[in-house]
Write a protein that binds this ligand. Structure first.
Ligand code: 5GP
Length: 212
């Protein structure tokens, strides 16, 4: 039984969204964030070069390999992984401050990072986005016109590996219809906010009145 002393103090929800490149994950996350200002997106650090239109400090914190390794060795990252030949990491101080503030946090990371976070924060909710088909995935990768052929082939090969980890997720969302996938994500977010841990942490006065 939960007592006030053992009630988890984290009032927010933490969601991780994992998908192969081209599954449409970023568009879904952006739409979700626009509709829900209480949800905060973690800004990852990466050593990959910015794509056309990407802005440092908005899409990623872009860093050199030397900078990344120095920060990693100082314990700056809650998790980090090498993906498609580049380093990516989640800022530990940022996550800690958001958790202390009781905010809902979304992480857009790969399966390796998701496994690490789950070990550290078992209450995290892992969402996996499926593309409707491999053909659709390839078409989306080509349409965005930001990657050369070698990169596209590398990302398609990595997509198979990523998909093998879908069974580890708590939720699967199929991004066939964008609007339906967005509704699914909103439902997952709503249900994660009602989980007993965050919900009890948000209502200490009610718990006291109810003698829980
Ligand atoms: P992209 O280069 O296409 O933006 O991202 C490549 C992959 O790296 C995606 O699967 C993305 O989710 C993942 N990724 C982005 N940021 C992080 C991070 O901080 N940690 C980990 N482990 N993966 C990340």
């Amino acid at each position: 039984m939960n007592t006030p002393n053992s009630t988890p103090s984290y009032q927010g929800s933490m969601l991780m969204i994992v998908a192969p490149s081209g599954a449409g994950k970023s568009s879904l996350v952006n739409a979700l964030l626009q509709d829900d200002p209480a949800l905060k997106l973690s800004l990852s650090t990466t050593t990959r070069a910015p794509r056309p239109g990407e802005v440092d400090g908005k899409d990623y914190r872009f860093a050199s390999q030397e900078e990344f390794i120095a920060e990693r060795d100082q314990g700056h990252f809650l998790e980090w992984a090498q993906v498609h030949g580049h380093f990516y990491g989640t800022s530990k101080p940022w996550i800690e401050s958001q958790m202390q503030a009781g905010n809902d946090v979304m992480l857009e990371i790969d399966w390796q990072g998701a496994q690490q976070i789950r070990k550290l924060i078992p209450s995290v909710q892992w969402i996996f986005i499926f593309p409707p088909s491999i053909e659709a995935l390839e078409e989306r990768l080509r349409k965005r016109g930001q990657d050369d052929e070698e990169t596209i082939q590398r990302r398609l090969a990595a997509a198979h590996v990523e998909l093998m980890h879908a069974h580890e997720a708590d939720y699967i969302v199929v991004n066939d219809s964008f609007d339906e996938a967005l509704v699914d994500l909103k439902h997952i977010l709503a249900s994660s906010r009602l989980r007993s841990g965050p919900a009890m942490a948000r209502n200490p006065a009610l718990l006291r009145r109810l003698g829980v």
